[in-house]
Write a protein that binds this ligand. Structure first.
Ligand SMILES: [Zn+2]
Ligand SMILES: [Zn+2]
Length: 279
């Protein structure tokens, strides 16, 4: 049924997920009710894009000549920043944030717009449909996480399998772990041509940026099994890369990131099992 004119696409204040338009806010946020997220003790809160546009702004940072971070200030919800990868064949928006405003649209268009939006996992689906419409860009998500789309839209395409080539040395790789469809992006031109991975929460760059982590829930500190971490490390091993861009500002493994993933997985598994170092 088409939404009535005064219906609003509400946004969860805790996770930043936007829902399909409705007259009243949804009863609960399904993303936050899941054990990987959380509902505030004071109860569920909702906001709207119009309210966010009044209270927040987006900040941009050039991380490499062809890579820009876009994040909201003051921090909102989970606090991730998106990444805009520029190529001569069009730009990839990697991950997404809830706030989209006129300034962001003008700046991103000046940087070449967006050819496609790809998102690592449901915690960053945010207002992806708003971004898709503003830039006339399709959204590609892994099908294994289709149940977590709270605002379905014809712009969303689901992909299957473990790898999907995009363009200009960009590729999506499904690693699972944190979410069944957990995806990273490989960018072969990144890190001055040595290759970079854009990993969202799937390989989580931790405050000691020589390491990453692998959790089912970061806020609730629920680990993944050793077998899953071993599988993820093995899936990353064949990839050519030297740098990892995580989900937040300043969470980058700048160099030797392939070794960092190996060492991080080994450390994690050793602490889980006490006796099972990665070969
Ligand atoms: Zn939520
Ligand atoms: Zn997450």
């Amino acid at each position: 049924m088409p939404a009535a004119q005064r219906d609003i696409a509400f946004i969860c204040s805790t996770c930043g997920t936007q829902y399909s338009a409705s007259a009243n806010p949804p009863r609960e946020c399904l993303v936050c009710s899941d054990e990987r997220q959380w509902v505030p003790a004071s109860g569920q809160n909702w906001t709207t894009l119009a309210d966010l546009q009044r209270t927040h702004r987006n900040a941009f940072q050039r991380l490499e000549p062809e890579l820009f971070g876009i994040g909201t200030t003051p921090e909102f919800a989970i606090g991730q920043r998106a990444l805009l990868v520029r190529t001569s064949d069009g730009n990839l928006l990697w991950d997404c944030i809830s706030l989209l405003d006129d300034a962001t649209i003008d700046i991103v268009n000046a940087l070449g717009g967006i050819r496609t939006i790809a998102i690592s996992h449901p915690h960053y689906y945010s207002t992806m449909v708003e971004w898709s419409r503003a830039f006339n860009a399709p959204i590609v998500l892994h099908r294994a996480d289709a149940q977590w789309v709270m605002r379905p839209d014809p712009a969303i395409t689901f992909w299957d399998g473990n790898s999907r080539a995009l363009w200009s040395g960009l590729r999506l790789i499904r690693l699972g772990g944190h979410f069944a469809g957990g995806t990273i992006a490989q960018w072969s031109a990144g890190a001055e041509g040595r290759g970079a991975l854009l990993t969202g929460d799937i390989l989580q760059v931790v405050p000691d940026t020589r390491y990453v982590s692998f959790m089912r829930s970061y806020p609730n500190l629920i680990p993944l099994p050793a077998s899953e971490v071993e599988r993820i490390a093995a899936a990353v091993k064949p990839l050519q890369f030297d740098r990892i861009y995580g989900a937040w500002w300043n969470r980058h493994v700048e160099r030797n990131a392939a070794q960092a993933v190996h060492d991080s997985a080994r450390r994690y598994i050793e602490w889980l099992t006490g006796n099972r170092p990665l070969s």
